[in-house]
Ligand binder design. Structure first.
Ligand SMILES: C[S@@+](CC[C@H](N)C(=O)[O-])C[C@H]1O[C@@H](n2cnc3c(N)ncnc32)[C@H](O)[C@@H]1O
Length: 295
Protein backbone atom coordinates (compact mmCIF):
# COMPACT_ATOMS: atom_id res chain seq x y z
CA UNK A 1 0.00 0.00 0.00
CA UNK A 2 1.37 3.44 -0.95
CA UNK A 3 1.26 5.79 2.04
CA UNK A 4 0.79 9.56 1.96
CA UNK A 5 4.10 11.28 1.15
CA UNK A 6 5.50 8.35 -0.87
CA UNK A 7 7.96 9.28 -3.60
CA UNK A 8 7.68 7.98 -7.14
CA UNK A 9 10.85 5.89 -6.67
CA UNK A 10 9.52 4.29 -3.46
CA UNK A 11 6.08 3.60 -4.97
CA UNK A 12 7.64 1.93 -8.00
CA UNK A 13 10.05 -0.12 -5.89
CA UNK A 14 7.21 -1.45 -3.76
CA UNK A 15 5.04 -2.14 -6.82
CA UNK A 16 7.82 -4.12 -8.54
CA UNK A 17 7.67 -6.72 -5.80
CA UNK A 18 4.01 -7.30 -6.71
CA UNK A 19 3.80 -7.05 -10.52
CA UNK A 20 6.32 -6.88 -13.43
CA UNK A 21 8.39 -3.67 -13.52
CA UNK A 22 7.20 -2.55 -16.97
CA UNK A 23 3.56 -2.91 -15.92
CA UNK A 24 4.20 -0.99 -12.68
CA UNK A 25 5.73 1.94 -14.62
CA UNK A 26 2.88 1.94 -17.14
CA UNK A 27 0.19 1.87 -14.45
CA UNK A 28 1.84 4.67 -12.45
CA UNK A 29 2.36 6.81 -15.57
CA UNK A 30 -1.30 6.39 -16.52
CA UNK A 31 -2.56 6.87 -12.94
CA UNK A 32 -0.89 10.27 -12.81
CA UNK A 33 -1.09 11.25 -16.48
CA UNK A 34 2.72 11.33 -16.61
CA UNK A 35 4.99 10.35 -19.48
CA UNK A 36 7.48 7.53 -18.78
CA UNK A 37 10.35 10.02 -19.31
CA UNK A 38 8.82 12.40 -16.74
CA UNK A 39 8.55 9.56 -14.21
CA UNK A 40 12.25 8.73 -14.55
CA UNK A 41 13.31 12.39 -14.27
CA UNK A 42 11.11 13.06 -11.21
CA UNK A 43 11.58 9.92 -9.12
CA UNK A 44 12.20 11.99 -5.94
CA UNK A 45 8.84 13.79 -6.30
CA UNK A 46 6.12 12.95 -3.78
CA UNK A 47 3.02 11.39 -5.37
CA UNK A 48 -0.22 13.36 -4.94
CA UNK A 49 -2.65 11.40 -2.71
CA UNK A 50 -5.22 10.97 -5.48
CA UNK A 51 -2.60 9.45 -7.82
CA UNK A 52 -1.30 7.25 -5.04
CA UNK A 53 -4.79 5.89 -4.31
CA UNK A 54 -5.57 5.23 -7.97
CA UNK A 55 -2.20 3.44 -8.36
CA UNK A 56 -2.90 1.28 -5.28
CA UNK A 57 -6.31 0.33 -6.60
CA UNK A 58 -4.89 -0.60 -10.04
CA UNK A 59 -2.03 -2.57 -8.46
CA UNK A 60 -4.48 -4.63 -6.43
CA UNK A 61 -6.59 -5.34 -9.52
CA UNK A 62 -3.52 -6.38 -11.51
CA UNK A 63 -2.36 -8.60 -8.63
CA UNK A 64 -5.73 -10.36 -8.83
CA UNK A 65 -4.94 -11.09 -12.49
CA UNK A 66 -7.07 -8.48 -14.29
CA UNK A 67 -5.42 -7.61 -17.63
CA UNK A 68 -3.62 -4.25 -17.76
CA UNK A 69 -5.63 -3.29 -20.86
CA UNK A 70 -8.95 -3.68 -19.02
CA UNK A 71 -7.63 -1.71 -16.02
CA UNK A 72 -6.49 1.16 -18.26
CA UNK A 73 -9.37 0.80 -20.72
CA UNK A 74 -7.17 0.80 -23.81
CA UNK A 75 -4.50 -1.08 -25.77
CA UNK A 76 -2.21 0.07 -28.59
CA UNK A 77 -2.58 -1.76 -31.89
CA UNK A 78 -0.95 -0.90 -35.23
CA UNK A 79 0.04 2.52 -33.86
CA UNK A 80 -3.48 3.44 -32.68
CA UNK A 81 -5.03 3.44 -29.22
CA UNK A 82 -8.15 1.25 -29.03
CA UNK A 83 -10.61 1.45 -26.16
CA UNK A 84 -11.27 -1.99 -24.70
CA UNK A 85 -13.56 -3.40 -22.00
CA UNK A 86 -14.29 -6.93 -20.79
CA UNK A 87 -16.83 -7.39 -23.65
CA UNK A 88 -14.07 -7.51 -26.27
CA UNK A 89 -10.83 -9.37 -26.86
CA UNK A 90 -7.73 -7.34 -26.08
CA UNK A 91 -5.93 -6.72 -29.41
CA UNK A 92 -2.74 -8.80 -29.68
CA UNK A 93 0.52 -7.67 -31.31
CA UNK A 94 0.60 -10.86 -33.42
CA UNK A 95 -2.63 -9.79 -35.14
CA UNK A 96 -0.72 -6.91 -36.75
CA UNK A 97 0.59 -9.57 -39.19
CA UNK A 98 -2.97 -9.92 -40.52
CA UNK A 99 -3.21 -6.15 -41.07
CA UNK A 100 0.21 -6.00 -42.76
CA UNK A 101 -0.54 -8.89 -45.12
CA UNK A 102 -4.06 -7.60 -45.75
CA UNK A 103 -2.65 -4.25 -46.85
CA UNK A 104 -0.07 -5.98 -49.06
CA UNK A 105 -2.82 -8.04 -50.72
CA UNK A 106 -4.70 -4.93 -51.91
CA UNK A 107 -1.73 -2.65 -52.59
CA UNK A 108 -2.38 -2.52 -56.35
CA UNK A 109 -6.15 -1.93 -56.08
CA UNK A 110 -7.86 1.44 -55.88
CA UNK A 111 -11.02 1.73 -53.73
CA UNK A 112 -10.78 -1.89 -52.48
CA UNK A 113 -13.70 -3.47 -50.65
CA UNK A 114 -12.70 -5.01 -47.32
CA UNK A 115 -14.57 -7.21 -44.81
CA UNK A 116 -13.44 -7.95 -41.23
CA UNK A 117 -15.26 -10.95 -39.75
CA UNK A 118 -15.36 -10.94 -35.91
CA UNK A 119 -14.23 -7.37 -35.41
CA UNK A 120 -14.21 -7.20 -31.57
CA UNK A 121 -12.69 -3.82 -30.65
CA UNK A 122 -12.54 -2.99 -34.37
CA UNK A 123 -8.74 -3.00 -34.28
CA UNK A 124 -8.25 -4.75 -37.65
CA UNK A 125 -11.01 -2.97 -39.59
CA UNK A 126 -10.12 0.46 -38.21
CA UNK A 127 -6.38 0.00 -38.83
CA UNK A 128 -7.07 -1.05 -42.42
CA UNK A 129 -9.48 1.85 -42.98
CA UNK A 130 -6.96 4.37 -41.62
CA UNK A 131 -4.15 2.93 -43.75
CA UNK A 132 -6.36 2.87 -46.88
CA UNK A 133 -8.75 5.84 -46.72
CA UNK A 134 -9.89 5.05 -50.28
CA UNK A 135 -11.22 1.63 -49.17
CA UNK A 136 -14.78 0.73 -48.24
CA UNK A 137 -14.61 -1.31 -45.07
CA UNK A 138 -17.32 -3.45 -43.47
CA UNK A 139 -16.91 -5.16 -40.09
CA UNK A 140 -19.08 -7.86 -38.55
CA UNK A 141 -19.56 -9.18 -35.04
CA UNK A 142 -22.43 -11.00 -33.33
CA UNK A 143 -21.77 -9.23 -30.04
CA UNK A 144 -23.69 -5.96 -29.57
CA UNK A 145 -21.21 -4.95 -26.86
CA UNK A 146 -18.25 -5.46 -29.20
CA UNK A 147 -19.95 -3.48 -31.96
CA UNK A 148 -20.62 -0.55 -29.60
CA UNK A 149 -16.93 -0.45 -28.61
CA UNK A 150 -15.75 -0.88 -32.22
CA UNK A 151 -18.06 1.89 -33.45
CA UNK A 152 -16.77 4.27 -30.77
CA UNK A 153 -13.17 3.39 -31.67
CA UNK A 154 -13.78 4.06 -35.36
CA UNK A 155 -15.43 7.42 -34.61
CA UNK A 156 -12.69 8.55 -32.21
CA UNK A 157 -9.90 7.53 -34.60
CA UNK A 158 -11.66 9.00 -37.65
CA UNK A 159 -12.01 5.72 -39.56
CA UNK A 160 -14.89 5.06 -41.96
CA UNK A 161 -16.17 1.54 -41.24
CA UNK A 162 -19.66 0.12 -41.70
CA UNK A 163 -20.47 -2.15 -38.76
CA UNK A 164 -22.97 -4.99 -39.10
CA UNK A 165 -24.35 -7.23 -36.37
CA UNK A 166 -24.41 -10.70 -37.83
CA UNK A 167 -23.66 -14.35 -37.15
CA UNK A 168 -20.61 -14.37 -39.44
CA UNK A 169 -21.93 -13.49 -42.92
CA UNK A 170 -25.51 -14.70 -42.37
CA UNK A 171 -27.02 -11.17 -42.26
CA UNK A 172 -24.57 -9.49 -44.60
CA UNK A 173 -26.12 -8.37 -47.88
CA UNK A 174 -22.90 -6.95 -49.35
CA UNK A 175 -20.59 -9.07 -51.50
CA UNK A 176 -17.64 -8.76 -53.89
CA UNK A 177 -14.93 -8.10 -51.34
CA UNK A 178 -11.37 -7.74 -52.56
CA UNK A 179 -10.11 -8.70 -49.11
CA UNK A 180 -11.64 -10.62 -46.21
CA UNK A 181 -9.69 -10.68 -42.95
CA UNK A 182 -10.63 -12.57 -39.84
CA UNK A 183 -9.19 -13.33 -36.44
CA UNK A 184 -11.95 -15.68 -35.27
CA UNK A 185 -12.09 -17.72 -32.06
CA UNK A 186 -9.65 -20.62 -32.59
CA UNK A 187 -8.81 -22.08 -29.18
CA UNK A 188 -10.06 -25.60 -28.40
CA UNK A 189 -12.77 -25.41 -25.68
CA UNK A 190 -10.79 -27.79 -23.43
CA UNK A 191 -7.48 -25.90 -23.80
CA UNK A 192 -6.06 -25.24 -20.33
CA UNK A 193 -4.88 -21.75 -21.40
CA UNK A 194 -8.51 -20.57 -21.24
CA UNK A 195 -8.33 -20.85 -17.46
CA UNK A 196 -4.99 -19.03 -17.14
CA UNK A 197 -3.67 -15.44 -17.25
CA UNK A 198 -5.49 -12.69 -19.16
CA UNK A 199 -7.66 -15.21 -21.05
CA UNK A 200 -9.71 -15.86 -17.87
CA UNK A 201 -11.05 -12.30 -18.11
CA UNK A 202 -11.79 -12.18 -21.85
CA UNK A 203 -15.11 -13.25 -23.45
CA UNK A 204 -15.15 -17.02 -24.02
CA UNK A 205 -17.13 -16.41 -27.23
CA UNK A 206 -14.16 -14.44 -28.60
CA UNK A 207 -11.66 -17.19 -27.82
CA UNK A 208 -13.00 -20.73 -28.08
CA UNK A 209 -14.39 -22.64 -31.03
CA UNK A 210 -15.63 -26.22 -31.37
CA UNK A 211 -13.85 -28.89 -33.38
CA UNK A 212 -10.47 -28.37 -31.66
CA UNK A 213 -10.74 -24.63 -32.33
CA UNK A 214 -11.29 -25.07 -36.09
CA UNK A 215 -15.08 -24.74 -36.42
CA UNK A 216 -15.22 -20.98 -37.06
CA UNK A 217 -12.12 -20.99 -39.29
CA UNK A 218 -13.69 -23.76 -41.41
CA UNK A 219 -17.00 -21.89 -41.59
CA UNK A 220 -15.30 -18.67 -42.70
CA UNK A 221 -13.34 -20.44 -45.46
CA UNK A 222 -16.58 -22.12 -46.57
CA UNK A 223 -18.55 -18.86 -46.88
CA UNK A 224 -15.67 -16.79 -48.31
CA UNK A 225 -16.18 -18.11 -51.82
CA UNK A 226 -19.63 -16.49 -51.96
CA UNK A 227 -18.35 -13.20 -50.49
CA UNK A 228 -15.13 -12.56 -52.42
CA UNK A 229 -14.79 -10.81 -55.76
CA UNK A 230 -12.88 -12.68 -58.47
CA UNK A 231 -9.19 -12.47 -57.53
CA UNK A 232 -10.12 -11.52 -53.95
CA UNK A 233 -8.04 -12.62 -50.98
CA UNK A 234 -9.07 -14.33 -47.73
CA UNK A 235 -6.67 -14.11 -44.76
CA UNK A 236 -7.30 -15.70 -41.35
CA UNK A 237 -5.27 -15.69 -38.17
CA UNK A 238 -5.12 -19.08 -36.46
CA UNK A 239 -3.31 -21.01 -33.76
CA UNK A 240 0.35 -22.04 -33.96
CA UNK A 241 -0.59 -25.67 -34.73
CA UNK A 242 -3.52 -25.09 -37.12
CA UNK A 243 -1.69 -24.20 -40.37
CA UNK A 244 -1.88 -27.77 -41.73
CA UNK A 245 -5.64 -28.04 -41.18
CA UNK A 246 -6.19 -24.58 -42.68
CA UNK A 247 -4.13 -25.46 -45.76
CA UNK A 248 -6.31 -28.54 -46.37
CA UNK A 249 -9.56 -26.57 -46.10
CA UNK A 250 -8.29 -23.72 -48.26
CA UNK A 251 -6.96 -25.94 -51.03
CA UNK A 252 -10.12 -28.07 -50.78
CA UNK A 253 -12.23 -24.97 -51.55
CA UNK A 254 -10.17 -24.20 -54.65
CA UNK A 255 -8.27 -21.14 -53.39
CA UNK A 256 -4.62 -20.54 -54.33
CA UNK A 257 -3.17 -20.85 -50.81
CA UNK A 258 -0.98 -18.29 -49.04
CA UNK A 259 0.56 -18.50 -45.58
CA UNK A 260 2.52 -16.02 -43.47
CA UNK A 261 4.80 -16.54 -40.48
CA UNK A 262 5.22 -14.51 -37.31
CA UNK A 263 8.66 -13.31 -36.13
CA UNK A 264 9.30 -16.75 -34.60
CA UNK A 265 8.82 -18.38 -38.03
CA UNK A 266 5.46 -19.97 -37.11
CA UNK A 267 2.63 -19.81 -39.65
CA UNK A 268 -0.09 -17.75 -37.95
CA UNK A 269 -1.96 -16.36 -40.98
CA UNK A 270 -3.32 -18.59 -43.75
CA UNK A 271 -5.65 -17.88 -46.60
CA UNK A 272 -6.06 -17.97 -50.30
CA UNK A 273 -6.85 -16.06 -53.44
CA UNK A 274 -9.94 -16.71 -55.55
CA UNK A 275 -9.41 -17.34 -59.23
CA UNK A 276 -9.78 -14.30 -61.51
CA UNK A 277 -13.02 -14.31 -63.52
CA UNK A 278 -12.67 -14.40 -67.33
CA UNK A 279 -13.77 -11.72 -68.19
CA UNK A 280 -14.40 -9.91 -64.86
CA UNK A 281 -18.13 -9.42 -64.24
CA UNK A 282 -19.87 -6.36 -62.79
CA UNK A 283 -20.11 -5.87 -59.02
CA UNK A 284 -23.05 -7.54 -57.33
CA UNK A 285 -25.32 -6.01 -54.63
CA UNK A 286 -23.68 -2.88 -53.18
CA UNK A 287 -26.52 -1.61 -50.98
CA UNK A 288 -26.35 -0.95 -47.25
CA UNK A 289 -25.71 -3.99 -45.10
CA UNK A 290 -28.71 -5.61 -43.42
CA UNK A 291 -28.88 -6.08 -39.71
CA UNK A 292 -31.15 -8.99 -38.93
CA UNK A 293 -30.40 -9.09 -35.21
CA UNK A 294 -32.43 -5.97 -34.60
CA UNK A 295 -29.89 -3.26 -33.69
C1 LIG B 1 -10.57 -13.57 -31.46
S1 LIG B 1 -11.78 -12.29 -31.34
C2 LIG B 1 -11.06 -11.11 -32.48
C3 LIG B 1 -11.40 -9.68 -32.19
C4 LIG B 1 -10.60 -8.67 -33.03
N1 LIG B 1 -10.83 -8.88 -34.44
C5 LIG B 1 -9.13 -8.78 -32.72
O1 LIG B 1 -8.38 -9.28 -33.55
O2 LIG B 1 -8.73 -8.36 -31.61
C6 LIG B 1 -13.11 -13.00 -32.28
C7 LIG B 1 -14.33 -12.13 -32.48
O3 LIG B 1 -15.28 -12.89 -33.23
C8 LIG B 1 -16.57 -12.63 -32.71
N2 LIG B 1 -17.43 -13.78 -33.05
C9 LIG B 1 -17.40 -15.03 -32.49
N3 LIG B 1 -18.35 -15.80 -33.06
C10 LIG B 1 -18.98 -15.03 -33.99
C11 LIG B 1 -20.04 -15.27 -34.91
N4 LIG B 1 -20.67 -16.45 -34.97
N5 LIG B 1 -20.41 -14.27 -35.72
C12 LIG B 1 -19.79 -13.05 -35.65
N6 LIG B 1 -18.79 -12.77 -34.81
C13 LIG B 1 -18.37 -13.74 -33.99
C14 LIG B 1 -16.37 -12.46 -31.22
O4 LIG B 1 -17.45 -11.73 -30.64
C15 LIG B 1 -15.03 -11.71 -31.20
O5 LIG B 1 -15.23 -10.32 -31.19
Amino acid sequence: MTTSGTTIAAALKAARSRIPAAEASLLLAEAGGYSRAWLIAHDDDVLPDAVSQRFDDWLARRERGEPVAYILGWREFYGHRFAVAPGVLIPRPETELLVEQGLAAIVSLSTPRILDLGTGSGCIAVSLALARPDARVWAVDFSAEALAIATANAERLGAKVEFVRSDWAASLSVRDFDLIVSNPPYIAPDDAHLTQGDLRFEPRTALAAADAGLADLRHIVAVAEDLLAPGGMLLCEHGYDQAGSMQEVIVGKGFSPVRYCDLAGIVRVSGGRMAEAQPPGPRRETGAAKNSLGT
